[in-house]
Write a protein that binds this ligand. Structure first.
Ligand SMILES: *Cc1c(COP(=O)(O)O)cnc(C)c1O
Ligand code: SF4
Length: 367
């Protein structure tokens, strides 16, 4: 998953299952596929559900047209009704601000199309490759750096899969495969199973990592067969969740990841620093502490990628460094995520470290 999204015009991940009516008594009715199919896909419906219908604005429709809204009922149930500034709502609500063209914010900010080796493989860093397994997500996050990604050009057909595996077999420098997307957990268990089987048959591969946000917005996704699959592979497996705000860590999610903890699978988290969502030290501290209580260690805090339509979420480097200094002063070292940004062409994520004089001290590449 990571922070990638499906394109507005891609088919919904699951189409043949019946819709859950808006008046569904429970937020957890039906299989995870049914819950996914029943997700909110109209701004008006979501605002109605939150008693915020008065806030519907024409500008939202334009933004919604360029990147459609998608929110599971479960995730909506974690939002505070009547609060248009709710930090969970803010992550998914289309705003007219998205339609402004801001210099420096582009449709391919990470030059991924250049790093693409073909067959859905992104190879930027030594020893690990990222696989685009699908364009589908259970939620469309407005800041997503993949909101303009041409997933349609990266369709995974059977011949793509075999070419991809062939490429991995040939490159003996690759130690770790990262499943990303879209959200890899939006794939059916059978497909994931086949993929993992093929990967573990490649002798030089040692690690498997899955980046996902899906169980955060749909805890039922962590079903028995998936848990067995992740525990059963010879590859050392880890999961990196994407959680931005402590309120996203629901009781249901914490329960759902418990079997992974029991099976000894390391759980990490990456967040994106977002204005109006998690740019206060109290929120970041609470996030780290709540993650830890759920058995998850903070890994990365990403500076926003300058993707077109997301400029209103940007926190500048100075503010980010100041926030980070405060976090450092309030958290034990093991609960402090690394504050990083992705710079096209760099050999790893680049740390943004606060320096003594209060100016952001930046390892490389910053003006
Ligand atoms: C972020 C990313 C990774 C993973 O980086 P780590 O520092 O190992 O977490 C790998 N490949 C690509 C293309 C990435 O963007
Ligand atoms: S879950 Fe959200 S952030 Fe992650 S890839 Fe999908 S849209 Fe992007």
């Amino acid at each position: 998953m990571y922070r990638w999204s499906r394109q507005a015009n891609d088919p919904a991940p699951v189409e043949k299952t019946p819709m859950i009516p808006l008046s569904a008594p429970s937020m957890k009715t039906g299989s995870w596929q049914q819950q996914l199919a029943g997700a909110f896909s109209r701004v008006g419906d979501l605002l109605n559900y939150l008693d915020l219908e008065d806030h519907l604005e024409p500008g939202m429709a334009a933004a919604d047209n360029s990147f459609s809204i998608r929110v599971t009922h479960f995730f909506a149930s974690l939002m505070e009704k009547g609060n248009i500034h709710d930090p969970l709502l803010r992550q998914v609500l289309p705003l007219s601000a998205e339609m402004e063209n801001i210099p420096g914010f582009s449709t391919d900010p990470l030059a991924d199309q250049a790093a693409h080796e073909g067959h859905g493989i992104l190879h930027k860093y030594h020893g690990r490759v990222l696989l685009i397994t699908t364009g589908a997500c259970a939620i469309n996050c407005r800041y997503c750096f993949r909101r303009h990604f041409p997933y349609a050009d990266y369709q995974m057909t059977a011949s793509h899969w075999s070419a991809l595996l062939e490429q991995l077999r040939k490159d003996k420098t690759v130690r770790e495969v990262i499943l990303s997307g879209g959200d890899p957990l939006s794939l059916a268990n059978e497909r994931l199973h086949t993929l993992i089987q093929h990967l573990q048959d490649i002798p030089h591969l040692r690690r498997l990592r899955i980046h996902s946000r899906l169980p955060v917005v749909l805890p039922d996704r962590l079903d028995e067969p998936l848990l067995d699959m992740l525990a059963g592979t010879r590859l050392s497996t880890s999961l990196v969740w994407h959680i931005n705000h402590p309120r996203e860590i629901s009781t249901e999610f914490t329960q759902a990841v418990l079997p992974l903890r029991h099976r000894g699978i390391p759980l990490l988290n990456q967040a994106v620093l977002l204005k109006g969502v998690n740019d206060r030290v109290s929120v970041q501290t609470e996030l780290s502490e709540t993650l830890f209580e759920s058995g998850i260690l903070p890994y990365y805090l990403h500076q926003l990628d300058p993707v077109q339509g997301a400029a209103h979420f940007a926190v500048n480097d100075q503010e980010a460094a100041e926030l980070y200094t405060l976090m450092q002063a309030s958290l034990p070292g093991y609960l402090l995520p690394r504050l990083v940004r992705e710079i096209p062409g760099a050999p790893s994520k680049t740390a943004l470290t606060p320096s003594q004089n209060g100016q952001p001290g930046i390892d490389a590449g910053f003006p």
